[in-house]
Write a protein that binds this ligand. Sequence first.
Ligand code: EPU
Length: 333
Amino acid sequence: MNIDYNVSIKGYNTFGIDEIAEQFVVLQATNELRALSEIEERKIIGSGSNILCTQSISALLIANRLKGIEQIKEDEHHVWFEVASGELWHDFVEYAIDKGLAGIENLALIPGTVGAAPIQNIGAYGVEVKNTIESVTFWHWKSKVFKTLANEDCHFGYRDSIFKNELKDTFFITSVCFKLNKQAVLNTSYGAIEEELQQLNIMHPSPKDVAQAVMNIRRSKLPNPAEVGNAGSFFKNPTIPVQQYLDLKKEFASIPAYPIDEQSVKVPAGWLIEQCGWKGFRKDDYGVHEKQALVLVNYGDATGEEIWQLSSDIVASVQEVFGIELEREVQVW
Ligand code: EPU
C-alpha cells in the first residue's frame, strides 16, 4: 500500500472537478484498513459520483477498490450475496439480472459503488436499495474491528441512513449483503417505466426488460458523466406540509406532488428549479442540465466553487419564489 502525495482527483470524481488530494491511497484489501486507522483524518471515495469537491483535500483520500461477489446462501425463494464495497453498483445489477434474479432491476445504471449504495439509500423508479439489503459490514476506525449492522439498524430513509448521521466519518464499509428474489415481483408502477415497456412492445416483462426500460429512460434524461461532468440529482426532493402545498397550488396550479403521509407531500425539486428559469442555464463551463433541472453540470473546466455558487443561487431563488428550502443531495467537500 503506497501513499501518494498531491494527486489530482479529476479522474476520480464524475463532476470532473480538478482539485488536489494532498495524500492519496488506493485500498485493495480489507487487511490494509488497520494501518490506515492510525491516521487522523480520512475521506473515502468510491467512484466519486456523489461528490462536489470545492477545495484541496488535506485528509488522506482513500480510493476504494475492494472487489468480489460471493453467493453465501440460497433457499427456495431467495439468494444471498456478499458484495465487496468497491464493486460498481451497475456491475452487480447486471450480474443479478444475468442470473435471472430480481429486486434491483429498477436501480440499473445508477452510478457509484456498492459500498456507497446504503449510505444514501440509493433509489429510482419506485424502488430503494434498502428493500434488498440484509446487512452492511464495515471497519470501525476507532475500535479497529469489523462490525455488521442488520437492515433495521441502518435507519434507512429517503436518501438517508445511519451512515450519514450517527455513524458519519467513523467507518469504512467493506461489504454489503443483499437478498435477491428468485420469483420476480416487478415494480413497474412508476409511470415512465410502463410507457417505455409499451414502446418496447413488452407485455410480460422480466427483470431484464425492466432494467432495459430503466436504462433507456435514464439515458434519455440524465447526462452521461463520461461526456458531461455531473453527480446525478444535486438536490433532494423536498417534503412540505400539505397546507403549504395547497397554498402554493392556488398560485401555481400545475405544481406536482407525491403524498408521503397525511401531513406531508414530496415536491419534485426539478420542477421547482425549472419554474425559476434555471433549466438549461449555462455560464462559462458550469450550468443546469437541459433535460433535467435537478442535475448540475460541468462542461469541462468548471471549478467546485463555481458549481457550489450556482447551487446557492438556485437555493435562494427557489426559496424566494416558493418559500421552500432545497437541501443538497451530493456530499460537498
Ligand atoms: N420535473 C420537471 N422539470 C425537470 C425535472 C423534473 O418539471 O427538469 C418534474 C416532472 O414533473 C417530473 C417530476 O419532476 O414528472 C419527477 O421527475 P423525474 O421522474 O425525473 O424524477 P426526479 O424526482 O427529478 C428522482 C431521483 C432520481 C431518480 C428519479 C427516478 C431524487 C433526488 N432524485 O428524480 O435519482 O433517478 O427520481 O426515480 O430523489 C439521483 O439521486 O442522483 C437520481 C438521479
